[in-house]
Write a protein that binds this ligand. Structure first.
Ligand SMILES: [Ca+2]
Length: 282
C-alpha cells in the first residue's frame, strides 16, 4: 500500500513506476501518462455495513475494454488524498462489476478516489478519476433468494436455475397474476409485481405478455420467476411457429393426444383444463 498519497505526481515528474514498484514489488512498470479516456461508471456506490466498513461497487462501463487497473485512495471532505488504498489489476480480464471491500475506513475519509489506468497502443495512461462518496444511500441492495423453494403450488414448476409459472392463459392480466401469488398457500414474500422482459413494471390492468416475469421480494432478497404463456405451450406442443394462430383442431389434437397434461395447476387433466385450453383459440 502506498501511504503517501498518489503514486504519480503530475507536476514534479515522479512517475507511477517509482511508487508502484515500492508498493507492489513490480519492477517492470511503464511510464504512465495522463489520458483523456472516460472510464467513469454511471452507478458507483458505497454500501455501508456499519462499524466503519463497507464496500464500493459499480458496473464497469462496456467501453472499458482496455482498462488495466484501478488505483484507489481515501480522500477527505475536500477530496484531497489522505492515503493510498490499493492498486487493483485486472490480469484475468475485466469483470462486469467491480467490488472492493473497505474493512477499515479511516476517520475523516469521505470519499474513495478511483484512478483508472488503461493501455493504448502499448502505452499506459491514467484516466480522469472519479470519487465514490462513503455514505450509504438507501436500502442495502437486494440479494437473489430462492423464495419459492419447496412450494407444492402446482403452478410453479422447478426448471433449470429456478422456477417457472405455468401457465398464464389468454386474457390474464398482471393484476390476476399478482392476486394468484398472494392467494397461493405456502409462499411468503413482502411484495410481488409483474415485470416485462425489459424489467418494466406491468400495470395491473395489462395482459401478461410473453417474456414476463414475476418479481418477488422478501426482506433484502428477491426472486424472478419466468411466466409461461399457455398459448406458447400449446404452440410448442403442436409445433406451431410463434405467431401461428391456434385453431380448434390444435386444441382437439392436444386434448386427445398422449402428451396432454394438467395446465391449470391442480395436478389432474380434466374438463377444467379443456375449458382453459379452448380459451386459447385465436
Ligand atoms: Ca387440471
Amino acid at each position: 500500500m502506498d501511504t503517501n498519497g498518489r503514486p504519480y505526481v503530475r507536476e514534479d515528474g515522479l512517475s507511477l513506476m517509482d511508487n508502484i514498484a515500492d508498493e507492489t514489488g513490480r519492477d517492470d512498470f511503464f511510464e504512465v501518462r495522463e489520458g483523456s479516456g472516460n472510464y467513469t461508471p454511471d452507478d458507483h456506490a458505497f454500501l455501508g455495513e456499519g462499524g466503519g466498513a463497507g464496500k464500493i461497487v459499480w458496473t464497469i462501463p462496456e467501453s472499458s475494454y482496455d482498462l488495466i487497473a484501478y488505483y484507489l485512495y481515501f480522500a477527505g471532505a475536500d477530496k484531497g488524498i489522505m492515503r493510498g488504498l490499493a492498486g487493483v489489476y485486472f490480469s484475468n480480464g475485466i469483470p462486469l462489476m467491480f467490488e472492493y471491500m473497505l474493512p477499515d475506513i479511516p476517520e475523516g475519509a469521505e470519499y474513495v478516489e478511483v484512478v483508472p489506468l488503461y493501455a493504448e497502443f502499448g502505452d499506459y495512461y491514467y484516466a480522469p478519476s472519479f470519487f465514490v462518496e462513503l455514505k450509504s444511500q438507501g436500502e442495502p441492495p437486494l440479494e437473489p433468494g430462492d423464495l419459492v423453494a419447496g412450494t407444492n403450488w402446482g403452478k410453479l414448476k422447478a426448471v433449470d436455475g429456478g422456477y417457472e409459472y405455468r401457465f398464464a392463459a389468454k386474457g390474464t392480466t398482471a393484476g390476476h397474476l399478482i392476486n394468484e401469488f398472494w392467494n397461493a398457500a405456502g409462499l411468503s414474500f413482502d411484495k410481488v409485481e409483474i415485470q416485462t422482459r425489459d424489467g418494466q413494471v406491468l400495470p395491473v390492468d395489462q395482459p401478461v405478455p410473453a417474456g414476463a416475469r414475476v418479481y418477488l421480494t422478501r426482506g433484502n432478497q428477491y426472486q424472478l420467476i419466468d411466466v409461461r404463456l399457455l398459448s406458447d405451450y400449446v404452440r410448442e406442443k403442436r409445433q406451431l411457429s410463434g405467431s401461428a394462430p391456434i385453431t380448434p383442431a390444435d386444441i382437439a389434437a392436444y386434448v386427445l393426444g398422449d402428451e396432454r397434461e394438467d395446465v391449470n395447476g391442480d395436478g389432474v387433466f380434466d374438463r377444467k383444463d379443456v375449458r382453459l385450453l379452448l380459451g386459447e383459440i385465436d
